[in-house]
Design a protein around this ligand. Structure first.
Ligand code: GRF
Length: 220
């Protein structure tokens, strides 16, 4: 990644976009050296689109009309026009095709609300509570064609409390997502993080295991 121009960032969302907002805030505050180039949603009703527009970030959305063209060709065209260096999936609920992932391999990140490889897929907080786990968290990982299976870079760890509901647990995890996702994007933008031979490298070393940030004492 060039040290001269900040890498161009595209963010893909489907919903409220709180991770997107945390990333944009960090970028505009100068905390991470990325240039937010576009926010793309796979549905025009995604609440995060308005937040991005308020911050002056260009947006694009699929009209959600059954007669409209399929999403991925539109996405590819949009991305090719912008030429992003980095793509952040932030609550993006669509599975990208292997060719699209391959095209941007090593430059697409996702955040998933569990301590991967545990609890891939949906309803992670509910499943953690049902299993009686005492720890939970979120993972920022490189995207590979297999869903939620790309190598993890950074995880946040939180406690599961005895009186937790799905909502309280989700909120505790989400607060940490807003910290760890901008952090990983910053590492990538600074050239500290890369993806080589299918693995993440941080500060010149192959990451054999994710970096873990422990929020158990700091997040209620
Ligand atoms: C987050 O919990 C994220 O981990 C998951 O979807 C949720 C998106 O929330 N992939 P938001 O749209 O960023 O608020």
């Amino acid at each position: 990644m060039s040290a001269r121009a900040p890498p161009k960032l595209a963010i893909l969302i489907s919903g409220r976009g709180s991770n997107m907002s945390a990333i944009l805030r960090a970028a505009f505050a100068g905390e991470i050296p990325v240039q937010p180039a576009i926010v793309v949603a796979d549905r025009s009703g995604a609440a995060g689109l308005a937040s991005a527009a308020e911050l002056g970030v260009p947006t694009a959305a699929w009209p959600g009309d059954a007669r409209a063209e399929p999403f991925e060709p539109m996405l590819l065209r949009t991305l090719e026009a912008v030429q992003p260096d980095v793509i952040a999936l932030a609550g993006f609920m669509r599975i990208l095709s292997p060719p699209l992932v391959g095209r941007y391999l090593g430059r697409i990140l996702n955040i998933h609300p569990s301590l991967l490889p545990a609890y891939r897929g949906l309803h992670t907080h509910r499943r953690v509570l049902a299993a009686g786990d005492i720890e939970h968290g979120a993972s920022v990982h490189f995207v590979t064609p297999e869903l939620d299976a790309g190598p993890v870079v950074l995880q946040s760890k939180v406690a599961v409390l005895p009186d937790d509901t799905e909502a309280t647990l989700a909120a505790r995890v989400l607060a940490t997502e807003h910290v760890i996702y901008p952090r990983v994007l910053g590492w990538l933008a600074q050239g500290r993080l890369s993806f080589r031979s299918g693995a993440p490298w941080l500060d010149g070393r192959r990451l054999e295991a994710p970096v873990v940030e422990d929020f158990r004492a700091s997040v209620v």
